[in-house]
Write a protein that binds this ligand. Structure first.
Ligand code: TNX
Length: 548
């Protein structure tokens, strides 16, 4: 214990960042890393690589008390399981107090930040230090990557002291335009966690399908979860098939995913779109639209004029009921209420909307949208939750406690941060992973447009230069968005998300002064063995010279 503290102190006072080929292939790059002399053989600690009948034995020890360390135990079991999962050998783990055995020491240091960890490898032992489960989990993720990329069953001696730069290291997945199974969603979450990402933004509702079971409104799944055809090919072709398409997650399945994510130290932010992008819900409950006419679940991508009617109190009661169920499913602080791309067309001629504008002395339909969001915010705040919404929620006045997800560039995020609101940066360029990752479009599967190469994701700075220094603290981090209009299956999602997700993970975890794109690419080439073993369908542009 003392030696590790002394080492850390030395380390902090004069750390160096290894940028040469001996740098371990860790992603994200740790913030403080010193390579040391010597190696430790993996075999006595983790025998899974040689696949003996005896299976794997991991010897853990709590040096401090010589007994079980409750904080670390759950993470240790998860670590043991991940190795088992990947190699299907039997795992035995046990706590030992015999210091002569090669072992993994788990040391609690209550002075460390929640997400911080230390990892020291000496020729005799491996020491993990953290103050919390999350810290131990991150230490284990680093250890897993080191083991996976080790050569000759040896780990180099080293010392890592690490913690993230940003608190919100997010990935989003649109499960409305195309539906992904529980196992696929879990795989996405698992991939995120390998690179220490910690927020999964689950886009659960949109015009083309409602994907979450709400017990009080069964038609949201029997009707809204299915469309009778889909757009095929590029949007400009305006072609459709007539194949029924849909699916939804039961509440039990949602709970299963939430629990799985929690184990991976990932918070899920569910998104329930309002007032726009709501056609699927209106198909089941047309009385909630301005016209009250019948609607069909959307088949074309894009934006629809029919949206929740802001002049109708039943809409609010309906959404409150929906959110009541949503908050029992998702324990996280934030609920995403959408707020994007809501045409004002219907509201302009809707008697109820106009009456609401008049009664509340609102200036126009933009203020009416703001009324809508503020009313929902009040409801959720009373339930102890915070709202986050796309940057259109700034129009007509931001709800008092809302956080903003800036997608139409950075301007919305800047305005929100300047007003003292929390912000997640996810500008289309470069955070939309539904955009092309190569200029050679003809060689790529059809994508929505744009060009967001790996290097642009890596070099993106979530803190705009324009932002006053004292407001930077409002930028919680950034997020990669995966809209799935043109991704019909999960391997295609993987192709678009990986490795751009890894570039973003490092961008958000590693301090700017320790970031180097060239070094990242070198490490990615070695780190890809992890992706290969998991059979991830990742894009391989990084193996070629960078596009000019
Ligand atoms: C805009 S980003 C949308 C989505 C689309 C996406 C396609 C946002 C808040 N709205 O509905 O899927 O563009 O890139």
């Amino acid at each position: 214990m003392r030696s590790i503290i002394v080492l850390f102190t030395l380390f902090v006072s004069g750390f160096l960042t290894a940028q040469n080929l001996t740098t371990p292939a860790l992603i994200p790059m740790p913030n403080q890393l010193i390579m040391k002399q010597g190696t430790i053989a993996l075999t006595p600690i983790i025998t899974y690589r040689i696949g003996q009948k005896t299976g794997t034995q991991i010897v853990f020890m709590d040096v401090k008390l010589g007994q079980k360390n409750a904080i670390a135990e759950v993470e240790m079991k998860l670590f043991a399981q991940s190795i088992k999962l990947w190699n299907a050998t039997e795992i035995k783990y046990q706590f030992r107090i015999d210091k002569s055995l090669t072992h993994i020491d788990l040391i609690i240091d209550p002075t460390m930040d929640t997400a911080a960890y230390g990892l020291e490898i000496t020729p005799q032992s491996i020491f993990l230090t953290a103050s919390s489960n999350t810290g131990f989990f991150y230490a284990f993720q680093s250890l897993i990557q080191l083991i996976e990329t080790a050569s000759n069953q040896q780990l180099s001696a080293l010392l890592i002291l690490d913690k993230p730069q940003f608190a919100w290291r997010g990935m989003h997945l649109d499960c409305s335009r195309h539906f992904f199974t529980v196992d696929e969603v879990k795989r996405y979450i698992q991939l995120m966690s390998l690179y220490k990402m910690n927020v999964f933004h689950w886009h659960l509702t949109d015009d083309q399908g409602w994907r979450v079971e709400i017990k009080k409104y069964p038609k949201l799944t029997s009707v809204s979860a299915y469309r009778s055809g889909s757009m095929v090919g590029p949007y400009s072709d305006k072609k459709f098939d007539t194949i029924p398409y849909g699916g939804f997650y039961t509440q039990d399945q949602i709970r299963e995913v939430v629990a799985f994510a929690a184990q991976q130290h990932i918070t899920i932010v569910p998104e329930i779109e309002m007032p726009g992008h709501s056609l699927a819900a209106l198909a089941a409950y047309p009385q909630l639209s301005c016209t009250g006419k019948s609607h069909e679940v959307g088949q074309a991508w894009g934006v629809y004029d029919d949206v929740f009617c802001a002049g109708n109190d039943s809409v609010f009661f309906f959404l409150q009921d929906v959110l009541d169920e949503v908050i029992t499913l998702f324990p996280g602080k934030y609920i995403h209420i959408g707020g994007d791309e809501c045409p004002k067309t219907r509201g302009k001629t809707c008697e109820k909307c106009q009456a609401r504008i008049h009664e509340n002395n609102l200036t126009d339909e933009h203020h009416l949208q703001s009324y809508f969001i503020q009313r929902m915010e009040k409801y959720l705040n009373e339930k102890g939750r915070q709202i986050i919404g796309w940057d259109e929620i700034l129009e007509g006045g931001l709800a008092p406690n809302a956080a903003v997800m800036s997608w139409r560039g950075m301007a919305g995020g800047i305005a929100a941060a300047e007003a003292g609101h929390y912000v997640v940066m996810t500008p289309g360029n470069p955070c939309y992973f539904d955009h092309y990752q190569s200029k050679e479009r003809t060689k790529e599967p059809h994508a929505i447009g744009g060009y967001n190469p790996l290097s642009a994701v890596y070099k993106f700075n979530p803190i705009p230069e324009k932002l006053a220094a004292d407001k930077a603290k409002f930028i919680m981090g950034a997020q990669g968005n995966v809209w799935t209009e043109y991704m019909l299956n999960f391997p295609h999602v993987e192709y678009m998300a990986v490795p751009r997700m890894l570039a973003l993970a490092e961008n958000l975890w590693t301090l700017d002064e320790t970031q180097s794109y060239n070094d990242f690419v070198v490490r990615l080439k070695a780190n890809a063995v992890v992706l290969d073993r998991l059979k991830v369908n990742y894009a391989k542009h990084f193996l070629l010279p960078e596009e000019k």
